[in-house]
Design a protein around this ligand. Structure first.
Ligand SMILES: *[C@@H]1O[C@H](CO)[C@@H](O)[C@H](O)[C@H]1NC(C)=O
Ligand SMILES: *[C@@H]1O[C@H](CO)[C@@H](O)[C@H](O)[C@H]1NC(C)=O
Ligand SMILES: *[C@@H]1O[C@H](CO)[C@@H](O)[C@H](O)[C@H]1NC(C)=O
Ligand SMILES: *[C@@H]1O[C@H](CO)[C@@H](O)[C@H](O)[C@H]1NC(C)=O
Length: 584
């Protein structure tokens, strides 16, 4: 059982979704479903040199676990970094149909820098972030942030814009040495997320308490891992060779035809409407336009036109695999003979203990694959048709736009608010943000906002920016307005005297609020908090809410199609999923 991330951004949503129905005690024992041929010496699932495997966890009733096959040092990456998919403003009406993902697997988006993607944002982190079991202390730490970029696919040039996530390379590193055969545990607990607010700490699940009591070094013999495991590092990330596709997955070692390239455990979303997002946009003073789009997560799910079910694959790198009907070199097959019924899939979202046994696919090579070759899957005829239609209809974005990370590189020395309003405006989708952990001086924020507005002595506070451990965690990033820029007093020798050198300047800023802050982190109405001596490296351009490519109205949305054969248990619709074809 994975431990809930119990995060700030999600708590409001979760209370709307409600808890799991309490009942059922079926245990999650994946070993039952792994009895496919392991003595097959042509297709070993754990090839020589494999450094990481998925196998039944050494913690009882904990489903799958991730194990190191080699000794590892502190600071080594566990595996290449994976994607982060930001789920903004989940559809509350249907969120209970993906409760397993939300409750047991999603992370607080402020941990991955996704907090500006919406009002309530969850980060789905496939790979180590979902597959490894949790321990509340001394686990593996992720890097502080994923890389963010468009992979060369821009809204001005490519119909692929907004069709894949910009957050990638989210890498987990070892924070203590491991011996071959050790199970890898990720630290999900409040010990790591020190800034997490108390409210959430109180809501932490019982599982977490249990996790804390687990011995820290859990082990399986290498023989048993060879027997029951699946190799996790046959794939590595890279830039796709397919036009408009962005990133892709590549073979990190040669694969013989018929071998299992990757295990693909999946979690169910039992109603595809859970992906629908309706948003009201103000078009004039009185008028609002309603738009409906689909979550970006849709594009990473498996589905079938005759089914209401979507399946989200969550093992490392598999979400990077792109489509080709002609050049595909892998296919999916179920690992076990029988799949759960539709009712059982629904139970998985109703009961925390409902088993996910049987929800394991294998990605199998359909031909010999060379090391370094791109791994491509046929997403099916519906996907192909939808993509062709999209490319035909697509029009480039007509307005000025630059993402935050581009401006950060382009603008080493920042203008003040006054300068920016004048001659040098930044693109309208951007705001400046500062790394600054503000906590309201009072323990309990008062509700009497009017009184505070009228108290002249309390409305401006100020502080000097100071470097402290953890200050560059993404959760500390909040909007700030730059009021003043001044030169750093340095001794003459060390100063470069270069007016473009960012380290020559400090800034005075006014700190502002963003969505998803805890009450004690909010600047109260009528209050102003000024921070002086802020260095450039503590200031970033960030994209305003709903402005990044994943929110584009004309972004491509379509789930990956699985065959009738693979989906046969869950065909509950007549097949005309008209919501798919709706013109936006
Ligand atoms: C991914 O992150 C690692 C550090 O965790 C870094 O060394 C590497 O350059 C990054 N790769 C990309 C493509 O950003
Ligand atoms: C590449 O894969 C991603 C994720 O599955 C998908 O969103 C995107 O549309 C794909 N692009 C192409 C051109 O296949
Ligand atoms: C949730 O989905 C339904 C059905 O697709 C849609 O009508 C509704 O507007 C959505 N709600 C939100 C908040 O997006
Ligand atoms: C501070 O309080 C005074 C008196 O109530 C008010 O006039 C002023 O606008 C307040 N300043 C700010 C920045 O809110």
């Amino acid at each position: 059982m994975k431990v809930s991330q119990g995060c700030i951004a999600v708590w409001a949503l979760l209370s709307a979704v409600g808890g799991y129905a309490s009942s059922a005690t079926d245990s999650e024992d994946p070993s039952a479903s792994t009895s496919t041929s392991t003595n097959d010496n042509i297709n070993p699932r754990v090839p020589p040199g494999c450094s990481l495997v998925m196998a039944p966890s050494s913690i009882p009733n904990s489903g799958w676990g991730v194990f190191s096959m080699v000794d590892s040092k502190v600071g080594d990456p566990i595996i290449a970094g994976d994607l982060v998919i930001q789920v903004a403003d989940l559809n509350v009406t249907h969120a209970s149909d993906m409760r397993r993902i939300v409750y047991d697997y999603a992370w607080n988006a402020a941990e991955t820098g996704g907090q500006y993607e919406g009002i309530n944002v969850l980060s789905v982190i496939p790979g180590i972030g979902m597959l490894a079991n949790g321990a509340s202390e001394e686990g593996i730490l992720p890097v502080l942030e994923p890389s963010v970029d468009e992979a060369g696919v821009t809204r001005h040039k490519s119909p692929g814009a907004g069709a894949f996530t910009h957050y990638f390379n989210y890498t987990f590193h070892f924070n203590k040495p491991l011996v071959a055969g050790n199970e890898i545990l990720v630290n999900y607990g409040p010990g790591y997320f020190q800034m997490r607010n108390n409210q959430m700490a109180n809501e932490k699940e019982e599982d977490e308490e249990e996790g804390a009591k687990q011995p820290q070094l859990l082990h399986r013999s290498l023989e048993s891992l060879h027997e029951t495991g699946f190799c996790l590092d046959n794939l590595k990330p890279g830039k796709s060779t397919i036009e408009h596709a962005g990133r892709g997955a590549f073979a990190s070692r040669g694969q013989a035809k018929g071998s299992v390239v990757a295990p693909v455990p999946v979690l169910p979303i039992t109603k595809r409407e859970a992906m629908d997002v309706t948003r009201k946009k103000q078009v004039s003073k009185k008028e609002f336009a309603e738009t409906t789009t689909k979550q970006l997560l849709t594009n990473y799910c498996y589905g079938h036109p005759k089914s209401s079910v979507l399946l989200f694959p969550y093992s490392p790198m598999v979400n990077l695999i792109n489509h080709s009907s002609k050049r595909s070199n892998v296919r999916l097959q179920w690992s076990s003979k029988s799949q759960p019924t539709l009712e059982h899939l629904q139970d998985i979202n109703k009961k925390p203990t409902a088993s996910t046994d049987g929800l394991l696919l294998e990605l199998v090579a359909t031909e010999d694959i060379q090391e370094g070759e791109e791994v491509l899957l046929d997403y099916g005829p519906e996907w192909q048709a939808a993509w062709e239609k999209h490319v035909k209809q697509w029009e480039p974005y007509p307005f000025e736009y630059a993402p935050g990370y581009v401006l950060d590189e382009a603008v080493p020395v920042l203008g003040t608010q006054e300068e920016v309003q004048g001659s040098k405006p930044y693109p309208p989708n951007l705001l400046t943000s500062c790394f600054y952990p503000y906590v309201h001086p009072e323990t309990k924020p008062s509700e009497g906002e009017d009184d505070e507005k009228n108290d002249p002595t309390r409305n401006i506070t100020s502080a000097e920016w100071r470097h402290m451990p953890g200050i560059f965690e993404l959760r500390n990033l909040r909007p700030c307005t730059i009021m003043q820029r001044y030169e750093v007093e340095k001794d003459k020798d060390s100063s470069s005297g270069d007016s473009e050198d960012p380290s020559n300047f400090y800034y005075t800023v006014v700190i502002r609020n963003r969505y998803g802050l805890a009450p004690q982190e909010r600047i109260l109405p009528g209050q102003m908090h000024v921070v002086t001596r802020v260095p450039r490296r503590a200031i970033r351009f960030t994209d305003k809410v709903y402005t990044t490519d994943q929110h584009l109205q004309n972004a491509f949305r379509k789930e990956i199609g699985l065959s009738d054969e693979l989906f046969r248990n869950w065909m509950d619709l007549d097949g005309k999923s008209d919501s798919e074809e709706k013109d936006l």
